[in-house]
Design a protein around this ligand. Structure first.
Ligand SMILES: C=Cc1c2[nH]c(c1C)Cc1[nH]c(c(CCC(=O)O)c1C)Cc1[nH]c(c(C)c1CCC(=O)O)Cc1[nH]c(c(C)c1C=C)C2
Length: 626
């Protein structure tokens, strides 16, 4: 019996119990969902975490009513792909993330692709492609191609010995295993501090800061080593050095029991083995219509389900436990026509999953009373950075070198990066056009008629199926497509951001200086993504633990959280966060203790996987196989 029911009965007992009140109790009992059954769940936020949570929930608990509340007019959040028309076709631009990786949490995206029948629209970029092998850092005044095993020992050695990028890095890296492990009492530190303590400050300023720009657009001197690279943090403690920790993995990779259980669960899925074989050779993947096609397909699937309701253009003003503590109450207004005279609409749900930012959630969870007592925010402050992405398309092909793109480290002199760019993505690398393949594809008609046989450069006949490549851009002759990334931590505390025109000018100036591109772009799109990447600053884990305690205390398991501020900032991490929060809801016992953050900072038990054991999907089985 619920806490609310008990309260009701106690109150009723004080007065006389008669037939009427017994009937009232019975009615009341029937209207209360059993203690923690998630029969009516509100999902706050229609970004990728929100819709993935709805998707997993609708599969795990099909009878549950799900309502997704989204402030904006569309679902998908930061996943935003747009097609721009140009001569003879169109070019697809991504404002936010553009590719996904199949490894680790990527197994969830892979699984959804199969479940949603998206394989035919998936663009796979191979592990042996230029995108996977050729990555660059701009330092101090030119692009440096990073060493890769496929370039051979001689070439790699030459790069390391001749490039200023590697100055003050190579030797400290080799003797890292001699450096003493940290003091036991140290609870966290910045990535920059950890790496300079164990290796050198040069490696931080010249290299690690670049990598951190490419993932978090953040400041290496503020971000937490414990939250961003937990295995490196652990190797130092358990093995006394990073090098020895890595060597230790040769006997079999160590994973937490939680990860092992997740992988085992993923393996039970009835994988299409052709698909997983492709994924095993894939570095990154995307879709014909960009990453929005992925979120759109999830939404389309959800729309087929009569238990799922979408509330677009609906801003949540307030969230609290309802009167009987048997659920949560939301107060919402129309986001397009906010009118102070129209009272907010109220709705009650047995549970809510918030996929909002930590800041947004804390703002709507403030108690509705004017009180002199300051109330602690539900989630302690987790900052976020703003990134401006500038998509550009030039008519001339190959204006950028082959490869994924380049990153700009902190150490790059100001005069080489006065615009404070973080890096540039060469979008052609993962998004091929029909061009180049078009000759082959034209021949295909003849081939299927038995007239023409297509051969590769070694004279081997090419299977026509191999040529049926999915492409994003539809122009007959592809030009150069790049995205310049600006801002991030460099813009922290700025009262205003550059305008679209200023962003465009800054991007063109960077490309002129770094790649000598002076052509005017045929197409461009400037996207200001405000507060798009949460920053896991030093102490992040303890902030999450605090949030867990407050959520538990104030919402008793009725409000759960998921999103990019919890398990990682990538799309795959958001899917994992959605998966985990739904698992938590599905597991009845102890649900009042659950918040979506219950796994944070737990004493982890590690197990060793047998050598070469692949990730969750790679050993998939056909349905019915043991
Ligand atoms: C809007 C800009 C973003 C920057 N980082 C991310 C976004 C969305 C998130 C992110 N980017 C990467 C990862 C690692 C895991 C992965 O999925 O690969 C994460 C969590 C790697 C990455 N960085 C860039 C690209 C194209 C990718 C591949 C994944 C993706 O499409 O986002 C380029 C890049 N991203 C940022 C910058 C400054 C940058 C510079 C070249 C910031």
């Amino acid at each position: 019996m619920s806490e609310a029911m008990l309260k009701y009965i106690t109150r009723t007992r004080r007065s006389s119990i008669n037939a009427n009140s017994i009937a009232k109790i019975a009615r009341c009992y029937a209207s209360f969902p059993s203690s923690s059954e998630p029969s009516d769940v509100a999902i706050l936020g229609g970004g990728i975490t929100g819709i993935a949570s709805a998707y997993y929930l609708s599969k795990a608990l099909p009878a549950t009513k799900i309502t997704i509340y989204e402030t904006g007019p569309r679902m998908g959040g930061w996943l935003s792909s747009k097609r721009l028309e140009t001569e003879g076709g169109s070019i697809l631009f991504e404002a936010g993330p553009r590719t996904l990786r199949p490894d680790k949490n990527g197994v969830l995206a892979a699984r959804m692709i199969q479940e949603l029948g998206l394989q035919e629209d998936t663009i796979f970029t191979g592990t042996d492609s230029p995108a996977a092998r050729m990555r660059y850092i701009y330092y101090p005044d030119h692009l440096v191609r990073l060493p890769h095993p496929t370039f051979g020992m001689f070439q790699n050695l030459r790069t390391v010995l001749s490039e200023p990028l590697f100055k003050g890095i190579t030797w400290p890296l080799l003797r890292e295993f001699l450096i003493d492990a940290r003091d036991e009492r140290m609870d966290d530190e910045s990535v920059g501090s950890f790496m300079s303590r164990r290796i050198s400050k040069n490696i931080v300023d010249q290299a690690v800061s670049a990598m951190i720009h490419g993932i978090y657009a953040g400041d290496v001197w503020q971000l937490s080593i414990k939250s961003l690279f937990p295995s490196l943090w652990r190797y130092e403690k358990e093995y006394t050095s990073i090098a020895q920790g890595m060597l230790g993995q040769k006997e079999g990779r160590e994973v937490t029991k939680r990860e092992q259980a997740f992988m085992q669960e993923m393996k039970k899925f009835a994988w299409d083995l052709d698909f997983t074989a492709k994924l095993a050779r894939t570095n990154v993947f995307t879709f014909r219509e960009g990453l929005s096609q992925f979120s759109d397909r999830i939404v389309q699937k959800l729309k087929e389900n009569k238990n799922v309701v979408f509330k677009l253009d609906t801003a949540i003003k307030h969230i609290a436990r309802n009167e009987h503590a048997s659920g949560v109450e939301l107060r919402t207004v129309n986001a397009t026509k906010p009118d102070a005279n129209v009272p907010p609409e109220s709705s009650t749900h047995t549970h809510a999953i918030s996929t909002l930012s930590a800041h947004h959630l804390s703002a709507i969870a403030l108690p509705n009373v004017t009180s002199a007592v300051a109330v602690l925010p539900l989630v302690p402050k987790i900052p976020a950075v703003t990134v401006m992405t500038v998509n550009l398309y030039f008519r001339t092909p190959d204006l950028a070198p082959p490869g994924f793109g380049y990153l700009i480290p902190l150490a790059t002199p100001f005069e080489q990066n006065s615009e404070r760019a973080l890096g540039v993505v060469f979008d052609n690398a993962y998004s091929p056009s029909k061009d180049g393949l078009s000759n082959f594809l034209d021949l295909l008609g003849g081939n299927s008629a038995g007239k023409v046989v297509v051969r590769d450069s070694s004279g081997n006949e090419i299977n026509p199926k191999r040529l049926a490549v999915v492409t994003q851009d539809t122009v007959p002759k592809v030009g150069t497509k790049v995205t310049v990334m600006l801002g991030g931590h460099y813009w922290d505390g700025w009262p205003a951001y550059p305008s679209e025109q200023e962003g465009l000018d800054m991007a063109l100036s960077i490309l002129k200086r770094h790649l000598n591109i002076s052509e005017r772009p045929l197409l461009h799109q400037v996207n200001l993504q405000q507060d798009c990447i949460p920053q896991y600053h030093v102490g992040h884990e303890s902030r999450l633990k605090t949030a867990h305690e407050r959520l538990k205390e104030r919402f008793g398991g009725r409000l759960r959280v998921a999103g990019s501020w919890i398990e990682g900032v990538g799309v795959n991490d958001c899917l994992r966060s959605a998966w985990d929060v739904v698992k938590g809801l599905q597991e009845g016992p102890g649900s009042g203790e659950k918040t979506g953050l219950e796994m944070v900072g737990q004493e982890e038990v590690y197990v060793r996987l047998p050598v070469g054991l692949p990730t969750g999907f790679a050993r998939g089985k056909k349905e019915g196989e043991d």
